[in-house]
Design a protein around this ligand. Structure first.
Ligand code: ZN
Ligand code: ZN
Length: 107
């Protein structure tokens, strides 16, 4: 399964660091990936959680998938969750990439 566009990207977003459990705390990490939103970002190491959205892979130049953040909010709000990002009762599939992968049928 080719989840990311290239090995460099996969290494950056998946490589666990033994020193830092939180990717944002690790100075070696420059890219974060959010499976829930299918979204890549350049980490800004300013002590906060800010990141720049990136549309193309900085390693291989491939166009990255469009963020599904808006769709995630749309679907959950349509299901009656007024504030889904703060709601602990949202369906389990919306906590991972399962909610948009279900559309692709068989794996
Ligand atoms: Zn790439
Ligand atoms: Zn580290």
């Amino acid at each position: 399964m080719a989840r990311h566009c290239c090995e460099d990207m996969a290494r950056h977003v998946e490589k666990p660091c033994i020193e830092h459990t939180q990717p944002l705390d690790c100075p070696d990490r420059v890219i974060k990936y959010s499976p829930v939103f299918d979204e890549y970002g350049l980490i800004i190491h300013d002590g906060g959680s800010a990141s720049y959205s990136i549309l193309y892979c900085p390693f291989c130049g491939m166009k990255l998938p469009a963020s599904k953040r808006d769709r995630w909010f749309d679907e959950l709000e349509a299901s009656g969750f007024d504030n889904p990002s703060l709601d602990d009762d949202i369906p389990e599939i919306y906590r991972s990439d399962a909610w948009y992968r279900r559309d692709r049928g068989a794996h």
